[in-house]
Design a protein. Sequence first.
Length: 346
Amino acid sequence: MELTISDLKPFLPGLEAALDDEAVSEVMINGPGMAFVERDGRMAAVDVPELTTDAAARAAVQIARPLGKDPNTEPIIDARLADGSRVAICGPPAAPTAAITIRRFGGRAFTVEELTASGSLPAAVVDETAAVLGRERNLLISGGTGSGKTTLLNALVSLLPADGRIISIEDTLELRLRRANCLRFEARGLGDRGVTIRDLVRHALRHRPDHVVVGEVRGAEAADLLQALNTGHGGSLATVHANNAAAALSRLATCAMQASDALPWTVVCRGVVDGIEAVIHQTRTPEGVRRVDQMVRVRDYDATENRWVVEAIWPPPSGDARSGPSTPKRRTGSAPKRKRRGRRTR
């Protein structure tokens, strides 16, 4: 039996309306009678007295078993429904009571034009992104959890050349790439048959991609991604969790250092500078508004001061900026600029 998010309603009394509401992106059950939903980017509590401890435990079993899982033997479950939605279950002994989080597979994919019209994506950022990708250079998107990185990534992929071959790599399939010449790879769980993001980044290069799109960089796969970005796969994009654009560069380098065959820190940082042309940072306001609040061009890495040298693109620059990998901060004044490399030949 293949379940969709709508099929979960009989198992979750009191949450039927939330599961039917396309504006609800996540439903989170914390415990007996305690649930929260995220609607249009805002979190709200939902009173569900019907959802007792026993009811939540039964719901976990009823949801998991059609997916080939059993909460009684697997306290931690992560599964995908037939409609692409995700279900995460954590039960005893890992949690006091069954905790269930349901993430709806995104409604529709927003276009660049729609994001610009809504005010979340400045036109200047679109123009600069198109120029960066047009030069076959690479882009990093950063932001916190729920900031809209995937939505932005999905939209910006449309700026890639129409005849390019794209391979996307994700932990969970979320991107909706409207391209004929496109392969979508998804990581799988642990065990003998597990497939990691790093496995997929390495394997993707054997399928002759023009552009590699990584849904989220979290670990050692960053080392392989940087190698790909610096060896002819220009016009690629990836996302990473970070608090600002400069911190995203540090995060990417730190992830690359997790590889067992990692190069020295300064060498990795040079690889980041050579491989990443620009960083776009996405944020979510307390009111739930998702928007781009920063775009920088990567100029250099100062090994002496252990700082990134970046040039502000958005908001309009008021001077050069330097930010350090460990404790990002801004400084004014001139900054050394690296020499630009020419367009790659394939």
